[in-house]
Design a protein around this ligand. Structure first.
Ligand code: PMM
Length: 302
């Protein structure tokens, strides 16, 4: 799993570099390529195992941008971070952007559409033989909450992820390279996010698959945390004000067996990963009968 990445023996930490003017939590901060590269290097120096570079905002209501704009934003950043030895993931829904970023040294594709937005994506990933994050997605962010209708969110996300898995595997992607993501906030209301987080063990086993897949959890600074932590007059907590809550999610996600957490702030989340990994190891070692705690094995299941 993850060719070229030293096994960490713990849940991995993915640091976010959004090279966008309008991402909900940090839009505009890293639009300048030099600042974005410096930020990526800082995240890596703080202990991020992976630096995730994205050039297209997926905030609710966001319109798509032309592929040329996305390439202009991400390519200098991917190139510089890869040249500096960083383990770079490209956060894109476009096969062309993935292909160019991989050629420039990215080593992983993070596709929030799970291959749905671009029919060429799975083929590009298959040919490159790189790890591939397949996220649960129901459509572009222009209408983020229209499709957020579920009678059983866990069952439906499992079924839809199962169909995406079948499709990308049929297109040649090695199942051993697939990481699943419940897609918190993407066509999900707050209540859906909480339910999915409480059932990560089931997300790891989509419909049609008995063996668990590695799971990536990307809750960092998302609106459902701000909503939970709203002040008494109902004002949601600011994005950056949700960093401590993100750390709490990280600890719980590790305890539930998450393979990777995608976060904006590395130090506190890395501490949480280390604490929860130690706790989880103790739970496994001292459990009578040798049963695993819920969730897939920490370092990846396949
Ligand atoms: N969320 C965002 C961007 N990329 N990638 C994955 N795999 N999962 C996510 O939930 C996800 C993502 C949007 O959040 P941001 O604006 O903070 O990057």
């Amino acid at each position: 799993m993850l060719p070229g990445l030293t096994p960490a023996g713990r849940c991995l930490v993915m640091g976010v570099v959004n090279v966008t003017p309008d991402s909900f939590s940090d839009g505009g901060t890293w639009l300048d390529p030099d600042k974005a590269v410096a930020h990526g290097l800082e995240l890596a120096s703080q202990g991020a195992d992976i630096v995730d570079v994205g050039g297209e905002s997926t905030r609710p209501g966001a319109q798509r941008i032309p592929v040329e704009d996305e390439l202009r934003r991400v390519m200098p950043v991917v190139t510089a971070l890869a040249e500096a030895g960083g383990w770079v993931s490209i956060d894109t829904m476009r096969a062309e952007v993935a292909r160019r970023a991989l050629a420039a040294g990215a080593r992983m594709v993070n596709d929030v559409s799970g291959g749905l937005a671009d029919p060429e994506m799975a083929g590009v990933v298959a040919e490159a033989g790189v790890p591939y994050v397949v996220m649960h997605w129901r459509g572009h962010s222009a209408d983020m909450y229209g499709p957020a209708v579920y009678s059983d969110v866990v069952a439906e996300v499992r079924a839809e992820l199962g169909r995406r898995l079948q499709a990308v595997i049929a297109a040649g992607v090695d199942p051993g390279n697939v990481i699943l993501d419940p897609g918190l906030g993407f066509a999900k209301l707050a209540e859906h996010n909480w339910t999915l987080l409480a059932h990560l063990d089931q997300i790891a086993r989509p419909e049609g698959y008995d063996e668990p897949f590695p799971v990536l959890v990307a809750a960092s600074r998302k609106g459902f945390l701000g909503k939970l932590l709203a002040s008494s007059d109902g004002r949601p907590r600011s994005f950056a004000g949700s960093d401590d809550a993100t750390i709490a999610i990280t600890a719980l996600a590790v305890a539930a067996g998450a393979w990777c957490v995608r976060v904006h702030m590395v130090p506190g989340n890395l501490d949480a990963v280390r604490v929860a990994t130690r706790w989880r190891a103790e739970a496994v070692a001292t459990r009578s009968g040798g049963d695993d705690p819920p969730g897939p094995p920490v370092a990846g299941a396949r």
